[in-house]
Design a protein around this ligand. Structure first.
Ligand code: NAP
Ligand code: P7Q
Length: 254
């Protein structure tokens, strides 16, 4: 059954990796998907092709988060496209997935510029996306923030990144209270290591080591996270708000 038939979903950072897996899953569930990305036109087009191949509908939105006017630009494009395709400039699901990630930097070497870029994209942009999105989100809507298990797993080389994820989790707590009277739920999903197609996942020895961190002894796949997001986006999750969902394959079990 198409649980999201008639719904419109925005997935930020949906050209690649986890965002692409979320966008394709929500498309299969029947949502019209706004595939947002920063610069990789070809990858975004590939996400659209995957959704359409499954019988779904989607459109792209290009906006580099962390630059002036990006959130405004994103919502203008979103509302225009939604109106054209559905007759209404309305939105049902926001997935704050876009993020800056890296293999890590020793804490002694993190620069102010790196820190600012991480914070701008991973924490500040999701806040202003939710703030702006409130005008467009229908009652009964969903906000899903992609955090990281690193808010509960010490990894010094990822301290600045983990700080931005701790911040994004706060959106779920406070906006869950703020939006409950509109039956809008706001939750965080925290993956552990997920194969996002980047170079490190082509190195079998690195993958073998990363896999040991999960209780299931494998690295995550985008769909492992996308299936959790799809549940939170669905009507079945109406009674879950302000939650932190560990989607790390048991990495936090220790
Ligand atoms: P990824 O493969 O690096 O893809 C990042 C996506 O975000 C791309 O679509 C990229 O667009 C977009 N993006 C990056 N910077 C942007 C900006 N300034 N403005 C707009 N879009 C931007 O990422 P991922 O590994 O799938 O991670 C997705 C989310 O999951 C992130 O929030 C990350 O922190 C979180 N997460 C990842 C892992 C992991 O192991 N992979 C684990 C836990 C949590 P372009 O293609 O145009 O560059
Ligand atoms: O180490 C992680 C980790 C990582 C990486 O491996 C590098 C990558 C894929 O470029 C970005 C990244 C994002 C992450 O959120 C994590 C992560 O969540 C993680 C890592 C190592 C041990 C535990 C983790 O979460 C519980």
């Amino acid at each position: 059954m198409e649980k999201l038939a008639g719904k419109v979903a925005l997935v930020t950072g949906a050209s690649r990796g986890i965002g692409r897996a979320i966008a394709t899953r929500l498309g299969r569930d029947g949502a019209l998907v706004a595939v947002h990305y920063a610069q990789n036109d070809a990858a975004a087009a590939e996400t659209i092709a995957l959704i359409e191949a499954d019988g779904g509908s989607a459109f792209t939105i290009r906006a580099r988060l962390g630059t002036p006017g990006a959130v405004h630009q994103l919502f203008q494009a979103l509302e225009e496209n939604a109106k054209e395709r559905t007759g209404e400039a309305a939105l049902d699901v926001i997935v704050n997935n876009a993020g800056v990630t890296s293999l890590g930097t020793p804490p002694e070497e993190v620069t102010a510029q790196q820190f600012d870029e991480l914070y701008e994209v991973n924490a500040k942009a999701p806040f202003f996306i939710v703030q702006r999105g409130l005008r467009t989100l229908r009652d009964g809507g969903r906000v899903i923030n992609i955090s990281s298990g690193l808010t509960r797993f010490a990894h010094p080389d990822q301290v600045a990144y983990a700080m931005t994820k701790a911040a994004v989790e706060q959106i779920s707590l406070h906006f869950a209270r703020h939006l409950a009277d509109r039956s809008i739920t706001v939750n965080s999903v925290a993956p552990g290591i997920v194969d996002n197609g980047s170079a490190v996942f082509e190195n079998p020895e690195a993958v073998r080591q990363m896999a040991q961190l999960s209780a299931f002894k494998r690295v995550g796949e985008g769909r492992d996270v996308a299936d959790v997001v799809a549940f939170l986006a669905s009507p079945d999750a109406r009674w879950v708000t302000g939650a932190f969902i560990d989607a790390s394959g048991g990495t936090l079990l220790g």
